[in-house]
Design a protein around this ligand. Sequence first.
Ligand SMILES: *Cc1c(COP(=O)(O)O)cnc(C)c1O
Length: 221
Amino acid sequence: MAFDYAQYQSIKERIKEKVCLVPVTKTKPVSAIEAAYAQGIRDFGENYVQELRDKQPLLPADIRWHFIGHLQSNKVKYIAPYVYMIQSVDSASLLQEIQKQAKKHNRVIRVLLQVHVAQEETKFGWNADELFGWLSGGDWKTWENVSIQGVMGMASFVEDRQQIQEEFDEVYRCFDRLNREIFTDTPLTIVSMGMSGDWELAVQRGSTLIRIGSALFGARN
Ligand SMILES: *Cc1c(COP(=O)(O)O)cnc(C)c1O
């Protein structure tokens, strides 16, 4: 399967205007992205720096690339010239490096703070105490080339819907608390949670942005 536009439209119909749908194209060929682009889609999510570096020059410049995978600070420089949003910011040092590289290119990069809610150790993200502790310090307030717009979270890869729901609720509570305690002047607006297998539940629990790969482009090898 290259790109399932009928499925895209069906998900869009179900989320209405309230929720953004970002197709995730990791491991998928440029032709699949072109097929989606031809239908008017401009937002795409990628996980790997090298893969994004390979694909980006081959595709139209008005694509809004969302980086959603784990990002090492020393690789920020490769995507800083064009990346639209980095959803997977999981440390202060990474955010500082994004600021530095965005400034070099005289741009503002949108970011989401990734919060760790899954049981799995392998998933990345801040724990809430660290995040609030660091944000309270306020260093980031002078960083004019990063725009913090919300939070991102991934639920555990399990069958247990109750557990997934609780993890989504934890992401949402973090978002809510950030707006009450830290972002009191300009509130965060994005809660990025939900993938092919759990987006409906994520939307019920307050997601405003879902990241959908395999449901639109087929299973990955
Ligand atoms: C791969 C990936 C997705 C999409 O996953 P699907 O289950 O294929 O929809 C979403 N978010 C992140 C962070 C991913 O790595």
